[in-house]
Design a protein around this ligand. Structure first.
Ligand code: PLP
Length: 401
C-alpha cells in the first residue's frame, strides 16, 4: 500500500481557518437568525476596480478570436507585459533618502496564482535538512508547508531578538499577518545582515505592502542593501487589489541569489532552480488574469485601488479608535488591514473567540492559531464594510461594559 508522507503527522490537527469555520457553522446552525459580522478571515469585500475589470474583459474577447487566441504561455512564468509592469511598480516605490536600491528586473520576476502557493511551494528548491526560522506569531502556511517538506522549524520574535545560531531559511512577513506590524528600514537591515552572515535565505512575504503609509517602513526587501544576495520576495494582488478570487501574485528571485550545491561545483542559481520547479509543476496564470493584473499597475488602476485601500484604512481606524477608548493594547491598523489586540481580562484567545461570537455575533481570529506567542491575543480585519465595522465595535463596547 502507498505510504503517506510521514511529516503530515507533525502538522497541528486543524488548520486555523477550518476550525473557525467549524465553530461558526455550528453557531449559525443553532442561531440561524443571528446578525453575524465576519471579521475573521482576511478576505476583501470591495469588488475589482473598473480598470482591472475592463482589461480582463478585453482579454477574454481576444481569447474568443482566432487571430488573438492564446493557449499555453511559452514560459509559464508570466507574460513580459506583466513582468515589465511589476518591475515598473518596484521603481515607483519610495526608498530611503540617499539610497540607490537595485530593484528587480522583469527576468527576475515570476508571475504566479498567488502568494499562498508560492510561499508554500518555494520549499521545493531547498534541501530537506535546511533549518527554518519562522517569526511567531505568523501566517500558518510557512510552518505547515515547511513541516510537510520534512523540515525542522524554529521560532523567533518579529524583531529577531532571540535568533538561533544557525538558520538556512527565514520566513518574514511585513506588514505582518497577524500582528499588523511593519519593519522599519533599520529593523529589516538587521535581518538581512543576519541572513548574509548565516548564508541563509529570507523568504519575504509582502502581501500587504501597499497598506504601508509610514515613510520609515520599506515596501520591499530590495530597498535594503544586500537583500539581493539573500532574499526571495513573494507578493500578491489579493489584498492590495482585491484579487482573492481572481488569483495573481509574483515572486522575485534575484540573479545574485545562490544556493549551496556540492553536486554542481558548489553553487546553484536559486532563480534557475525556481524556474525548473515552476516549469515542472505549474502551467502559468491565465492570459485574461495577467491582463487584469497588468491594469492594477497602470496609472488609472493605481488611483482606483488607492480608493479601496483608503476605505479599508478607515475601517482600521474605527477599530483602533475603539480599542484606544476601551484601553485595550493593540498593534497594527496603521500600515496594515489587521488589528491585533490583547484579549480583555487576560482571556484565552479561543475563549474570547467564543464569547465574541456568542455575545456579540462577531467573528474574529484567535491569536493562538498563529503560534504560541499569539496566546491571549485576537485579530480583527479591516476588510469589512464601514457599517459592519462600526456595528461590531458598538457590540464590543456593549459586551465589555
Ligand atoms: N501571505 C500572507 C501573509 C497572507 O496573509 C495571505 C492571505 O491571507 C497570503 C499570503 C495569501 O495570498 P494569496 O491570496 O495571494 O494566495
Amino acid at each position: 500500500m502507498a505510504k503517506m508522507n510521514k511529516s503530515f503527522q507533525n502538522l497541528k490537527q486543524n488548520y486555523l481557518f477550518a476550525e473557525i469555520s467549524k465553530r461558526v457553522g455550528e453557531f449559525v446552525a443553532a442561531n440561524p437568525d443571528a446578525p453575524l459580522i465576519r471579521m475573521g478571515i482576511g478576505d476583501v469585500t470591495l469588488p475589482l476596480v473598473p480598470a482591472v475589470v475592463q482589461a480582463g474583459k478585453n482579454a477574454f474577447d481576444e481569447m474568443g478570436v482566432k487571430e488573438t487566441f492564446r493557449g499555453y504561455e511559452d514560459s509559464g512564468r508570466g507574460y513580459p507585459f506583466l513582468r515589465e509592469a511589476v518591475a515598473g511598480y518596484y521603481k515607483s516605490m519610495p526608498s530611503e533618502p540617499g539610497s540607490s536600491p537595485q530593484l528587480p528586473t522583469p527576468d527576475e520576476i515570476f508571475i504566479s496564482d498567488g502568494a499562498k502557493s508560492d510561499s508554500g511551494n518555494i520549499g521545493d528548491i531547498f534541501a530537506e535538512d535546511c533549518k527554518v526560522i519562522v517569526t511567531d506569531p505568523s501566517y500558518p502556511v510557512y510552518v505547515d508547508s515547511s513541516i510537510m517538506g520534512g523540515r525542522q522549524v524554529a521560532f523567533a520574535d518579529f524583531a529577531g531578538t532571540n535568533l538561533p545560531e544557525t538558520a538556512d531559511i527565514i520566513y518574514l512577513c511585513s506588514p505582518n499577518n497577524p500582528t499588523g506590524e511593519a519593519y522599519t528600514y533599520k529593523e529589516l537591515k538587521k535581518w538581512v545582515d543576519y541572513a548574509i552572515a548565516n548564508k541563509a535565505v529570507i523568504i519575504y512575504d509582502t502581501a500587504y505592502e501597499a497598506f504601508i503609509t509610514q515613510s520609515d517602513k520599506p515596501r520591499s526587501i530590495y530597498l535594503i542593501e544586500g537583500a539581493r544576495q539573500c532574499a526571495i520576495e513573494i507578493a500578491s494582488l489579493s489584498k492590495i487589489a482585491g484579487f482573492t478570487g481572481t488569483r495573481c501574485g509574483y515572486t522575485v528571485v534575484p540573479k545574485e541569489l545562490v544556493l549551496e550545491n556540492p553536486a554542481e561545483g558548489g553553487h546553484a542559481n536559486a532563480g534557475s532552480a525556481w524556474k525548473r520547479r515552476q516549469a515542472t509543476k505549474f502551467n502559468g496564470v491565465s492570459y485574461p488574469v495577467q491582463r487584469a493584473a497588468e491594469a492594477v499597475f497602470s496609472k488609472e488602476g493605481q488611483q482606483q485601488i488607492q480608493q479601496n485601500l483608503s476605505y479599508y484604512r478607515k475601517n482600521a481606524q474605527i477599530i483602533t479608535n475603539t480599542l484606544t477608548e476601551l484601553g485595550i493594547d493593540f498593534t497594527g491598523g496603521i500600515n496594515s488591514p489587521y488589528i491585533w489586540f490583547k484579549c480583555p481580562d487576560s482571556m484565552d484567545s479561543w475563549d474570547f473567540f467564543d464569547l465574541f461570537l456568542n455575545k456579540a455575533n462577531v467573528v474574529g481570529t484567535p491569536g493562538v492559531g498563529f503560534g504560541k506567542n499569539g496566546a491571549g491575543r485576537f485579530r480583527l480585519t479591516a476588510f469589512s464594510t464601514h457599517e459592519n465595522t462600526e456595528e461590531a465595535m458598538k457590540r464590543l463596547r456593549a459586551m465589555l461594559k
